[in-house]
Design a protein around this ligand. Structure first.
Ligand SMILES: [Zn+2]
Ligand SMILES: [Zn+2]
Length: 351
């Protein structure tokens, strides 16, 4: 077992705000796992757009270490944790912990109001060592590349969790539209939805057409196409799709999505436009058409493990680029300009 240093390197954000820079520090104490926790030495972390929202001050964070797509190995266990966990490769996700006691947790613990989130209120994965409750880390199969797994921990799981909510309302062969289908979440959503048996329609900018179609979409539409709505209706029995997932934080995407839903259709909200934006839908429109509007955040551990099995079977693969940890501010700037192809994954220095 490697010796655990007393201090470590982390990318810290001191004052969030538009265009804020992360500071690489090497004087951050390595935490010790308390009862029920494990200490993980991270190998890679994904860089999610919601980290960027945290850094840029759009979302409120109370820790100065962002990051919530971490992959590494357990190097120390706290009291009450089996030593079998030592050396295991695990994933650290956005949902660091739920209370598991409240009425919400009994139904869907991902929506617990008493949850901790990596990189929001507890230190995230932009560092070499992180502690996490052992019950909330995801065991990662050894035959998967850790850098390819990182984006599945938030982007992939978010799509798997959202698409799984359609089980109750949709059947195989139904039409499912993803607004923002060519991004980090969207291209995984197209692959996962196709595996679940849906016919996937991807909407994004023209530059994303190839990644959307190569991910397995039946059709691609440019969101700037003035005939977008009528073209999608033509493809979907002239009445619209069974479900629409909006993964981008775009007001236009939400406005378009209402007109793309067929009667009895389901809209799933995932991406955040500005906080005071309201979905433009009247109660009467909702009543006449029997529409459902749902929100979805991340996914359960059962869903995470099902997704990892899809990855092992080669059915889901992430489009990603690996960057060195020292490049983190340049990567943030490229993400601000949407100039990273697929997901950015940071390699964490081993020493
Ligand atoms: Zn995320
Ligand atoms: Zn709870």
């Amino acid at each position: 077992m490697t010796t655990i240093p007393t201090h470590q390197t982390a990318a810290c954000i001191d004052t969030p705000g538009p265009g804020a820079h992360l500071v690489l520090r090497n004087d951050i104490p390595v935490p010790s796992p308390v009862a029920g926790e494990v200490l993980i030495k991270l190998e890679f972390t994904g860089f999610c757009h919601s980290d960027l929202h945290n850094i840029d001050g759009d979302l409120h964070m109370t820790t100065n270490v962002p990051g919530h797509e971490g992959v590494g190995r357990v190097v120390q266990v706290g009291q009450d944790v089996s030593s079998d966990m030592l050396g295991k490769r695990v994933g650290v996700k956005w949902l660091q912990k739920s209370c598991m006691k409240c009425p919400t947790c009994k139904v869907q613990y991902t929506n617990c109001l008493n949850q901790d989130n990596s990189g929001r209120n507890v230190p995230g994965t932009f560092q070499q060592y992180v502690v996490s409750p052992a019950d909330f880390v995801s065991l990662i199969p050894e035959d998967l590349e850790p850098e390819a797994v990182a984006p599945l921990l938030c982007a992939g799981l978010t799509m798997y969790g959202a698409l799984s909510k359609l089980d109750k309302f949709c059947e195989k062969g139904d039409w499912v539209v993803i607004m923002g289908a060519g991004g980090g979440l969207g291209h995984l959503g197209i692959q996962i939805g196709k595996e679940m048996g849906y016919r996937m329609i991807g909407v994004d900018s023209a530059a994303k057409k190839d990644i959307v179609l190569s991910s397995g979409a039946t059709a691609f539409f440019d969101f700037t196409d003035e005939n977008l709505i009528s073209n999608i209706h033509t493809l979907t029995d002239t009445i619209g799709a069974h479900a629409i997932l909006v993964v981008v934080g775009s007001e236009t995407a939400y406005e378009q999505s209402i007109h793309l839903l067929r009667p009895l259709g389901t809209l799933i909200c995932i991406g955040f436009p500005r906080p005071d934006f309201h979905i433009p839908i009247t109660p009467q429109f909702c009543v006449d058409r029997g529409l459902r509007v749902l929100g979805s955040v991340v996914g359960t551990e059962t869903e995470m493990q099902a997704l990892l099995q899809l990855a092992r079977a080669g059915k889901v693969s992430t489009h990603y680029q690996v960057f060195e940890f020292q490049e983190i501010n340049a990567v943030a700037d490229r993400m601000r300009g949407y100039a990273v192809e697929g997901r950015a994954v940071m390699r964490i220095p081993s020493e």
